[in-house]
Structures are given as structure tokens and as C-alpha cells.
Design a protein around this ligand. Structure first.
Ligand SMILES: Cc1ncc(COP(=O)(O)O)c(C=O)c1O
Length: 422
């Protein structure tokens, strides 16, 4: 966007990567302009802060306190910076096995009708999801992935100063939404690389949390709790707290990980997605299952035409092809075994996983794992790692096809030997 007159843009580079530096420079018209004095309080710890001064733009006080960071830098953004494609895309826990061919056919068939808005009630998809889970359509809301639904849920429940509880190092997009609505996050440490239900409950009770976020199976550690423990957590949720049970990876988990769904239970909302084993991450389709009065509240704030016609058709066809899901599950299980072998061959230790990724303990500190991620990225293998200690001793690798894992097996020894010989 050309910058002129009252449309000035200031970039302030606090701790810049090459990519961040470029963006800041671009925004400042090729020159890094220091932040004006009166905005000094808005400095951020990571990345740069951009303030756009426009004659009519009067941002909320809350928004002006938010750091200009994104929860994740996407693989495309990395590739634009390096100018090189990834040889293996194993960082975002997408399903490299792809979607059901029947879903692809449905997407193609729906394309010609795309001039029409999608059904704002996603009637057919919600009916099919309801039948699949043995609940009523009133118990289902679909949204732009779990990420979109988390944003709407936080908007429904959390105002400035409201307490929210999560685990320290758990899924950051949830935290991003909480910050965006002025909520106060209380973080509980993991215990032995697992989320700690007892400590989460205690903290929720102590701070009067409106939301308690719990991910099962967990990202980023890949660990999981049994259905029995999750049900105990649901049963013990304090009055006035809603449990957000993020089950993004449930399709990759063993039997007995998800407690039975009781859609009348007002204490919990469960989040599911088509982005993982269904292989439709690019479609942006997720859904939540909850008590009908809670689900009805989403209608007050949701983007009613936000779920496109093609997305509804693709998700419906994917749901109807459970054989594909079972096939992908088997491939993910095989890939987890291969990843554990690759890790062991390189003196690393793969943690047990109930997800479509494997978290690999590198046996050193966060600096070592960060350098390893950098070394793998430099060799055009996209992986990520947990953000906080002690989990940041690990890297996190998506369950890939044999060809993807062969690339990892080829470059991992090189990246490690570079590090070990430093
Ligand atoms: C725990 C967890 N929840 C939600 C998501 C996002 O799901 P969606 O693509 O449906 O927004 C992810 C994606 O990586 C995830 O790891």
C-alpha cells in the first residue's frame, strides 16, 4: 500500500529476524523509522511493532497494547524469505497423506456453484456431524477451523480482566485470542510432559476462571490422557468455568482417549477439526460440540456466511469417507514408528505420541533444539518446536509419508553433526 500524508506507518525493530526486518523496512518505505516517543510503552518482546497513524483510525486501548506478533510464522512466509521450497513439509501437523479423493471430487463439483453464498446454517453438514456423533444438530456449530471457533468462544465468554487458565506451553492460538479480548491468562506447568488436570482444576478454582483450556491429545508434546481422566476433569470443573476440550488430534489417538460425548453437559465444549487426519487444513473447517444453549450463543456473534459453499461440500464428503480416515490413521501410526527409529538412529528420543506428529527429545536445552530446527530449515525441511522450557529441549515433526521421512533421515545427521562439532 502506498504510504502518504496522514497515512504514515512507523516501524520499530526490537529484535528482528531477516523476515521481520524486511517487513518493517517495507512498511516504513524502505527505511526503519524509530517509534515516536509517546508510543514507547508499546514495545514488544518478540518481533517488531507497527503503528499505523491514520487520520480516522482510533484503535481501542486494548488493541494498542497488543504485540504485533502472530502465533505461528507459516511455511509460505519462510519460503518467501529464503526463496527456496521445502523438500519436506513437516512442521504444521497437516496431513501430508491428503484428503479423501471423494472429498476432492465434492470440492470440484461444488466449484461451479460458488457464485452462491454457502448455506448460512451449514444445515447438511451439521446434520451429518450430529448423526456421526449421536447428538442433535443444535449441539453443533461449524467454524473456520478450531482457531476460528476458539476466537468466537473467547469473544462470547471473556472480557477485559477475566481469568482464563491454560497450560504453560499449550496451543498459543488460544492465548492469542484471550489476549485479543483482554482476558488474563493463568498458566499451569505440565507434569512429565503431560498437561496436569489436577493443577489446572486447582488454578481454575483459585482464580475463578471463565475458561479452562485442555488439549487431548496434546500439542506440542503429543502426550495424552485416558478418557477416564478426561471425564474426571469434566466432572470436577468448578461452577462458572467452561472446559474447552480441544480434540484436534483425536482421530490419531488410540481407542479410549475421548470420553463419550454428552451434549447436554453444560460444563464442556469440545472442538474437532477437518484439518488433521481428514487432510483438509487448507479448507478451514472445524466444529464444536456442546450444550444447545451454549451453541446457540454463537449465532449472536459469528460470521453467518463465513463458511463457504465449497468448504461445506468438501467436509461433508470427507466425513462420509470414514474408510479414508482409517487408512490415514494406519499411515500415521506407521510414520510415528519410523520417526522414532530415525530419532533413535541419531541418538535422540521420540516421545510417545497420540497425534499426527512426534515430539523428539534432543537431550539438551532450548538453544540446542532451536539450532537444530534452524539447521533442518536451512536444509529445506520444515519442522517446528515447543516454545517454552522444559519442552523446548524437543523438536516436533509431523508424521510424513515414507518419502518425506527419507528426506529427514538424510539431513538430520548432517544438521546434528554440524551442531555437535560447534
Ligand atoms: C491443538 C490445536 N488446536 C487447534 C488447531 C487448529 O485447528 P484448525 O486448523 O481447525 O483451526 C491446531 C493446529 O495445529 C492444534 O494443534
Amino acid at each position: 500500500m502506498p504510504l502518504r500524508g496522514s497515512n504514515l506507518c512507523f516501524g520499530y525493530l526490537v529484535q528482528g529476524s531477516e523476515h521481520q526486518g524486511r517487513s518493517a523496512a517495507l512498511c516504513a518505505g524502505g527505511r526503519a523509522i524509530p517509534l515516536p516517543h509517546h508510543l514507547g510503552a508499546l514495545r514488544v518482546l518478540r518481533g517488531y511493532l507497527i503503528h499505523t497513524q491514520m487520520s480516522n483510525a482510533r484503535y481501542t486501548d486494548l488493541v494498542l497494547t497488543l504485540p504485533a506478533t502472530v502465533p505461528f510464522v507459516g511455511p509460505e512466509a519462510h519460503m518467501r524469505v529464503t526463496g527456496r521450497p521445502f523438500r519436506a513439509r513437516l512442521g504444521a501437523n497437516e496431513s501430508v497423506f491428503g484428503p479423501s479423493p471423494k472429498a476432492v471430487n465434492a470440492l470440484q463439483a461444488a466449484a461451479a456453484d460458488v457464485w452462491m453464498y454457502g448455506d448460512s446454517e451449514s444445515h447438511d453438514l451439521r446434520a451429518a456431524l450430529a448423526a456421526h456423533h449421536g447428538v442433535a444438530p443444535e449441539n453443533i456449530i461449524v467454524g473456520e477451523g478450531i482457531d476460528g471457533l476458539l476466537g468466537n468462544l473467547v469473544r462470547l465468554m471473556v472480557g477485559p480482566g477475566d481469568a482464563v487458565v491454560t497450560s504453560d506451553g499449550a496451543y498459543p492460538t488460544f492465548n492469542y485470542h484471550v489476549a485479543g479480548f483482554g482476558g488474563v491468562l493463568h498458566k499451569v506447568p505440565y507434569r512429565d510432559d503431560h498437561e496436569d488436570p489436577t493443577a489446572l482444576l486447582e488454578r481454575a478454582e483459585a482464580v475463578g476462571a471463565k475458561l479452562l483450556y485442555f488439549c487431548n491429545p496434546d500439542n506440542p508434546m503429543g502426550s495424552w490422557h485416558s478418557a477416564r481422566i478426561v471425564q474426571r476433569l469434566i466432572d470436577a470443573v468448578p461452577d462458572g468455568t467452561l472446559l474447552v476440550l480441544d480434540e484436534a488430534y483425536i482421530d490419531a489417538a488410540p481407542e479410549g482417549t475421548a470420553p463419550p460425548i454428552d451434549a447436554r453437559d453444560p460444563r464442556v465444549i469440545r472442538m474437532r477439526t477437518f484439518s488433521k487426519l481428514y487432510g483438509l487444513a487448507g479448507l478451514r473447517m472445524g466444529y464444536a460440540i456442546g450444550a444447545a444453549p451454549l451453541i446457540a450463543m454463537f449465532d449472536r456473534i459469528r460470521n453467518h456466511f463465513g463458511i463457504g459453499r465449497i468448504a461445506q461440500a468438501g467436509a461433508l464428503a470427507a466425513l462420509q469417507d470414514q474408510a479414508w480416515l482409517a487408512k490415514v490413521h494406519a499411515e500415521v501410526q506407521a510414520a510415528r514408528v519410523m520417526l522414532a527409529e530415525i530419532a533413535a538412529d541419531n541418538g535422540l528420543h521420540a516421545l510417545p505420541s497420540a497425534t499426527n506428529f512426534v515430539t523428539i527429545d534432543c537431550g539438551h536445552d532450548g538453544d540446542f533444539a532451536r539450532a537444530l530446527v534452524k539447521g533442518l530449515m536451512a536444509r529445506n525441511v520444515f519442522v517446528r518446536m515447543p516454545f517454552v522450557a522444559p519442552h523446548d529441549r524437543c523438536i516436533r515433526v509431523t508424521a510424513g509419508r515414507p518419502a518425506d521421512l527419507a528426506v529427514l533421515a538424510e539431513v538430520l545427521p548432517e544438521a546434528l553433526s554440524e551442531l555437535r562439532n560447534r
